[in-house]
Design a protein around this ligand. Structure first.
Ligand code: HEM
Length: 217
């Protein structure tokens, strides 16, 4: 089948992706300093910067939620269990034998079933847990303390543990994500697509895009 350059990732999507990546990297870096894993900024500054980045992430998340619902892109993340075994098999074995990718990427289905499941889990579980526990952590420690006491939070320990577990989960996602980025057609294909928005896909994807935009007109 003929290949064509297709506009897969829109401008906001790319902005959101890269801002999110930078903020999460920074939050992980400053967070693990707060955790006591190393010293870089110094504890007080690490807390200050962690809080600023956390607020930026929350604002970004609000915009991203609005964008996903107003464009209908949220549908990309609805998990589908079709082809999961084939996709797993591909990552474990097929990829090393140059087997073809078991799922075809199109504008309407950008994510393979494993990605859908993982991103869905991040969006409805890991991110909400890290944001909520982070906010409780923040509000407990600072002037709003009395408000939080009304919620009956006896100790920070449980919140800190939940926040740290979510941070480890996010970190393991990032490590896997960095590896999977390199598993496109060429090592740099996926990275280039998220930078420019364009990716070389089978030609029928364009038709699919056309017919979907005709339908929505
Ligand atoms: C909106 C999101 C977030 C908020 C509101 C938030 C807030 C906080 C606060 C208030 C603290 C405690 C600072 C102190 O001791 O005074 C903290 C600690 C920490 N944060 Fe976050 N954070 C967020 C996201 C993240 C992310 C994305 C990561 C990592 C990927 C992360 C990793 C950590 C770690 C590892 C700690 C140290 C926990 C401990 O050992 O006590 N945070 N965070």
């Amino acid at each position: 089948m003929q290949k064509k350059q297709v506009y897969v990732y829109k401008a906001f999507e790319r902005f959101w992706h890269w801002m999110q990546a930078i903020l999460i990297f920074f939050l992980a870096f400053s967070g693990f300093e707060i955790h006591g894993s190393y010293t870089f900024f110094g504890f007080q500054d690490a807390v200050k910067y962690h809080n600023i980045a956390a607020y930026m992430l929350i604002v970004l998340i609000v915009f991203a939620i609005f964008w996903h619902f107003s464009t209908g892109e949220w549908r990309q993340y609805v998990p589908s269990f079709n082809n999961i075994a084939a996709q797993l098999n591909y990552y474990i074995l097929g990829i090393f034998k140059n087997s073809p990718h078991p799922t075809k990427k199109t504008v309407l289905t950008k994510l393979n079933p494993l990605q859908k499941l993982t991103y869905f889990g991040l969006k409805i579980l890991v991110i909400p847990v890290i944001v909520t526990s982070g906010l409780l952590y923040m509000l407990y420690r600072y002037p709003q303390r009395h408000g939080i006491e009304a919620l009956n939070i006896e100790s920070l320990e449980l919140i800190a543990i939940i926040h740290t577990i979510a941070a480890f989960l996010l970190l393991s996602f990032i490590i896997t994500h960095l590896y999977l980025i390199t598993t496109g057609e060429k090592v740099t294909t996926n990275l280039k697509a998220m930078l420019t928005g364009y990716e070389e896909l089978d030609e029928h994807n364009d038709e699919e895009k056309k017919s979907s935009s005709e339908k929505s007109e």
